[in-house]
Design a protein around this ligand. Structure first.
Ligand code: SAH
Length: 228
């Protein structure tokens, strides 16, 4: 998987992608993330990438020209399966959507700023719009990092334990069961007996029951239509 992120604030993303699990994925050659500075594509002498909104009103709008140049530059080098604009009114990101997208090859993610981008970018240059939730952030960088992280951790070989992504919340329509580690007794707080039993089938059954119970309490909507 290769992800190219276009942003007016590349420094915001560099540190994130140079640490964490994504660093390992990049080092192993399993995933590539390239961050591109939108200002490098500005023809303005002050390297501006935004302008006042036609019709007036508060806030600045990201201009179409630098965005168009950045996207065209990348598309001239390779084929991209999706050109994604991170937007609060885009398709809401959830695990099934991440799973579907994880099989894609090359992706461009465009981070907006200010009031967003000139609508013609969305009409003509973008193939998909993704929101990370019904709230508004000041820029698309965190959303792009969220989407990249969710996608890259599913690339085979990125997580140390191959099965661990499958046992995460939402993968089987349930939230994850509780997890414990040493010490077995901390003050008066004990680890559930069954986890110390060494009985694999019983542990599996307990975890499943916990998942179902927690899902019912915390995310009952996930159980709608499921035979539990
Ligand atoms: N005026 C716009 C908000 C712009 S916020 C509106 O009301 O819809 C500035 C930028 O932050 C957006 O262009 C987008 O790229 C990013 N952004 C903000 N919240 C987001 C969210 N929940 N999901 C994805 N991107 C978001």
């Amino acid at each position: 998987m290769r992800i190219d992120i276009i942003t007016a604030l590349p420094a915001l993303l560099d540190s994130y992608f140079n640490e964490s699990i994504l660093k390992r994925a990049r080092a192993k050659g399993l995933a590539e993330v390239h961050v591109h500075d939108l200002r490098a594509y500005s023809e303005d002498k002050h390297k501006r990438v935004d302008d006042y909104p036609f019709g007036g009103g508060a806030g600045m709008v990201m201009s179409i020209a630098p965005v168009h140049k950045a996207i065209s530059h990348l598309q001239a080098e390779r084929h991209y399966e999706e050109v994604i604009y991170m937007s609060p009114d885009g398709a809401l990101l959830d695990q099934p959507m991440v799973n579907r997208m994880s099989t894609l090859g090359n992706l461009i993610l465009l981070c907006g700023h200010y009031k967003g981008v000139d609508e013609r970018v969305r009409e003509h240059l973008i193939t998909m719009e993704v929101s990370i939730g019904n709230y508004v952030l000041s820029g698309g960088e965190l959303p792009a990092a969220v989407l990249s992280d969710a996608l890259i951790r599913l690339v085979p070989g990125v997580l140390g334990d191959e099965t661990s992504a499958l046992s995460d919340s939402f993968q089987d329509g349930l939230v994850a069961p509780p997890a414990y580690t040493r010490p077995e007794v901390y003050g008066e707080w004990r680890v559930p007996e069954v986890l110390m039993s060494g009985h694999a089938a019983k542990i599996e059954e307990w975890r499943h029951q916990q998942s179902v119970q927690r899902t019912r309490q915390r995310r009952p909507e996930l159980l709608d239509g499921m035979d539990q």
